[in-house]
Write a protein that binds this ligand. Sequence first.
Ligand code: MN
Length: 288
Amino acid sequence: MSFNKVDLSFQSCKAEYKDADVVIFSCPMDSTTSFRPGTRFAGNAIRVDSIGVEWYSPYRNMNLRNFQTTDIGDLDLPIGAIEEALEVIYDTTKTILKDDKKPMMVGGEHLVTLPVFQAVVEKYPDVHLIHLDAHTDLREEFFGRKLSHATVIKRCFDLVGPGRINSFGIRSGDQHEFEWAAAGNINLRKFDFEGLDELCNTLKDKPVYITIDLDVLDPGVFPGTGTPEPGGMQYKDLLKAFDSFEKLNNLVGADFVELNPYLDPSGASNAVAAKTLREMVLLLHRNK
Ligand SMILES: [Mn+2]
């Protein structure tokens, strides 16, 4: 598998693939979205708007200029063919990991996390997942489908088993999902990020993958998303979470999902996503 060079990239992330330590790619898929579709347009919306984001992060005291990052663009996903699209995402992630680089995936709906995490689990069987989201995403099936944005964390659980998934900020889901989590299957923190810092201490030398559903943020901060959930986190809470992520010495990959650029004509949600991408790319570079 080889990747084309794209004209439109995130900020300064134009290293040659062979030289890159971190590889950005986006997954234009929203096939199972149940409410307001459009996340397939997120990747390129962020690329265009990334012109407004500085290369230097005062939070990390790191500069994107000093690191080798490439952006291979939107993956070429077959529209409407869910399994086939997930296969392309899986193959892409496998290649990136085989080449000893870190995947930084941008969704898309949340289901696109599954094939990335699957490839990560195959390389790092003892990986732990940190999941920030408004929603549980723990249904066994959704509208009769096992593969859905509403089942994705349950499918990740199927890959790693109990005690390895840590969800934070959760404030919406079916009662049985909360009960299933509380039965000791996953570590689920309702409403906020309390306990995340301690968790990062515990996991500091373990391989960790981070998935962020940006709807964990309050709709006042991040209205550009398909299933907004009031009562969410402020952006400063997310920045504090990133400070905690700095403790992780073996961050093996990351993603964020669920930006729908057309639902926020102000463009503020794109700015939130672009800044988040800069911070996450820098976190991935920290311990390379
Ligand atoms: Mn989600």
